[in-house]
Design a protein. Structure first.
Lengths: 89, 240
C-alpha cells in the first residue's frame, strides 16, 4: 500500500470517527444542560429570561466543541495538509 | 467542493485579492450604514413615527436591555461596538435567503477579524473604565497563580469565537450543498430554514459572549447577572 492510499484511508476513517464521537458527547451534555435549564425554569418561572440567556451561552460553549470536531474532519477530507504534501512530492 | 467564499476570486494583483468575502462584506456594510443614515436623517419624537424608525428603536432598545442584563450598567458606551457586531453577523446570516449569496461569516478570515476586534476591545473598555492598573489587576484574579491561565483563556476564547461562528455557518452551507446532490428538491430548503435559525442564534451568541468578556474586564467579578440562577439551581438540586 503506497503512502497516498494509506493517508487517504487514515484521513477518511479519522474524519468519520471525529465527527461521530464529537457529535455524540456534546449532544449528551447539551441535552443535560437543556434539561436542567427546563426544570429550573419550571421551578422559578420568574428567572426564565436570565436562565435562557445563560443556557444559550453555555449551549454555544458546548456546541463549539462539536464544531471543532466538525472543522477538523472537514480539514481532513477537503484540505488535508498531509495529502497535499504527498501529492506535491 | 469550496470550503469558503474566499476561494471565489474576482480580481488579483500581487498580494491584493478581491474575493467574494470582501465584496459581500462591503455590500453588507454599505447597506447597513446607508440604511441607518437614511432612517436617522429625519427622526421624529411624536407619537406617529415612521415604520423604519420604530424598527431601529426596537433594535436599539432590545440590545441595550440585553447589555444591561449582563451587568454593564451604561449600555450606551458599549452598544456601538456590540450592536455593530450583532447587526453585521445577523444581516450576513439572514441574507442566505437571497439566491447565489454566500455568507461572509462562512469564511474564517471574516470571523477571525471579528474575534480579533473583540480581543482588542476587551482591554480598550477595561482600561477606559478602570485605568491600566485596574485592568491589569483582572489578570491576577483571584490569585497570582492564575496569571498564565488567564492569558491562555484570553487567547483561546478568541480562537473559539472565530472557529465557532465559522464552523456553524460553514457547516450550514456545506450541509445544503451535500443535500443538493442527494435529494435536490425539498430537503435543502428545510436545512436552509434551519440555517436561518442557527445564524440568528450565532449572531446573538457572538454579541452576548463579547458582552460577557467586556463585562468581565470592566467589573471585578465576571458575569454577576448570570451567576445567580445556576447557584440557586444547584442549591435546589441538593435539597431535592
Amino acid at each position: 500500500m503506497d503512502s497516498i492510499t494509506s493517508i487517504a484511508m487514515v484521513s477518511i476513517i479519522t474524519a468519520g470517527l471525529t465527527t461521530g464521537i464529537g457529535c455524540m458527547l456534546p449532544a449528551l451534555s447539551e441535552g443535560k444542560a437543556a434539561a436542567t435549564a427546563l426544570s429550573s425554569i419550571a421551578q422559578q418561572p420568574d428567572a426564565a429570561p436570565i436562565i435562557t440567556r445563560t443556557l444559550y451561552v453555555s449551549l454555544a460553549m458546548i456546541e463549539s466543541t462539536a464544531i471543532y470536531c466538525f472543522v477538523v474532519s472537514m480539514i481532513l477530507i477537503f484540505a488535508n495538509p498531509f495529502w497535499n504534501h504527498v501529492i506535491a512530492k | 467542493m469550496k470550503l469558503s467564499p474566499d476561494q471565489t476570486i474576482f480580481w488579483q494583483h500581487g498580494f491584493v485579492t478581491i474575493n467574494l468575502t470582501i465584496v459581500t462584506t462591503w455590500a453588507i456594510m454599505l447597506i447597513l450604514v446607508m440604511g441607518s443614515i437614511l432612517v436617522t436623517r429625519k427622526l421624529k419624537t411624536g407619537i406617529k413615527i415612521s415604520w423604519w424608525q420604530s424598527i431601529l428603536e426596537m433594535l436599539v432598545t432590545t440590545m441595550s436591555n440585553e447589555i444591561k442584563g449582563i451587568g454593564l450598567d451604561q449600555p450606551k458606551q458599549y452598544i456601538g461596538f456590540i450592536g455593530t457586531l450583532f447587526l453585521f453577523i445577523a444581516v450576513s446570516n439572514i441574507a442566505i435567503m437571497l439566491p447565489f449569496y454566500e455568507p461572509p461569516t462562512g469564511s474564517l478570515s471574516t470571523t477571525a477579524a471579528l474575534a480579533i476586534s473583540v480581543f482588542f476591545a476587551v482591554p480598550f473598555f477595561g482600561i477606559s473604565k478602570s485605568g491600566i492598573g485596574g485592568y491589569l489587576k483582572t489578570y491576577i484574579q483571584p490569585t497570582v497563580v492564575m496569571l498564565p491561565f488567564n492569558i491562555i483563556s484570553e487567547l483561546s476564547r478568541t480562537l473559539a469565537l472565530a472557529v465557532r461562528l465559522f464552523g456553524n455557518i460553514m457547516s450550514g452551507g456545506m450541509i445544503v450543498a451535500i443535500l443538493l446532490s442527494i435529494s435536490p428538491f425539498i430537503f435543502p430548503v428545510v436545512m436552509k430554514v434551519l440555517g436561518l435559525l442557527t445564524g440568528m442564534v450565532q449572531a446573538y451568541i457572538f454579541g452576548i459572549l463579547a458582552t460577557v468578556y467586556i463585562a468581565a474586564a470592566v467589573h471585578k467579578t465576571p458575569e454577576p447577572a448570570a451567576a445567580n440562577p445556576t447557584s440557586n439551581k444547584l442549591k435546589s438540586d441538593n435539597n431535592g
